[in-house]
Ligand binder design. Structure first.
Ligand code: CA2
Length: 171
């Protein structure tokens, strides 16, 4: 009787590290759902955050969220994401139109970022048409209400997944 050589048990495929996405909300976005529903909708920030975490989880990603009314706190959060997060989704609120500091922070961490806005910046006052952070983001999503955040998360995850596939095509 011939004996077949026993094949060594295959090593289990390493578990992929879940993508980690940081979602940042700028000043006054904590007021969502309490005022100006015609412009910003009726969904609260807590509801948006919970939905982002849920959608991220369904795609095997960890989503962390932070709202701040302070420019420096947002800069700190962007800097702290370096080496810890894979991408950033950011609604800088009114800092969109004023903040060189946020623009520099995004440039400094070199993470893919997606800019999101609830309202359509191009259908409002002229000063809202300019975004100082846009050039440091992969793209901008504006005008879809809370859905802008969910589209932003989709875009961020697609970018992370594509980059991972490019780095290790056989994984
Ligand atoms: O459309 C957006 O998401 C904005 O980033 C919102 C900012 C505005 O300054 C930007 O031009 C566009 C304002 C956020 C204020 O949010 C509020 C929400 C409810 C009630 C009052 C303010």
């Amino acid at each position: 009787m011939t004996r077949r050589a026993r094949r060594p048990p295959e090593a289990p495929a390493p578990r992929p590290i879940p993508p980690r996405i940081l979602v940042l909300h700028g000043p006054n976005l904590n007021l969502l759902g309490t005022r100006d529903p015609l412009i910003y909708g009726t969904t609260t920030l807590a509801e948006i955050d919970a939905e982002l975490v849920r959608r991220g989880g369904a795609r095997g990603a960890a989503v962390e969220t932070l709202q701040s009314n302070h420019e420096g706190a947002l800069v700190d959060a962007i800097q702290a994401a370096r080496g810890r997060c894979d991408a950033i989704v950011i609604n800088p609120g009114a800092y969109t139109h004023t903040s060189i500091a946020l623009r520099d922070a995004l440039e400094g961490v070199n993470l893919p970022a997606v800019e999101v806005h609830l309202s359509n910046l191009h259908a409002r006052e002229d000063f809202r048409r300019e975004s100082l952070v846009a050039a440091r983001c992969v793209g901008q999503i504006s005008g879809f209400g809370a859905q802008s955040y969910y589209l932003g998360l989709d875009a961020a995850l697609a970018i992370v997944e594509r980059r991972r596939a490019e780095r290790s095509p056989d994984a």
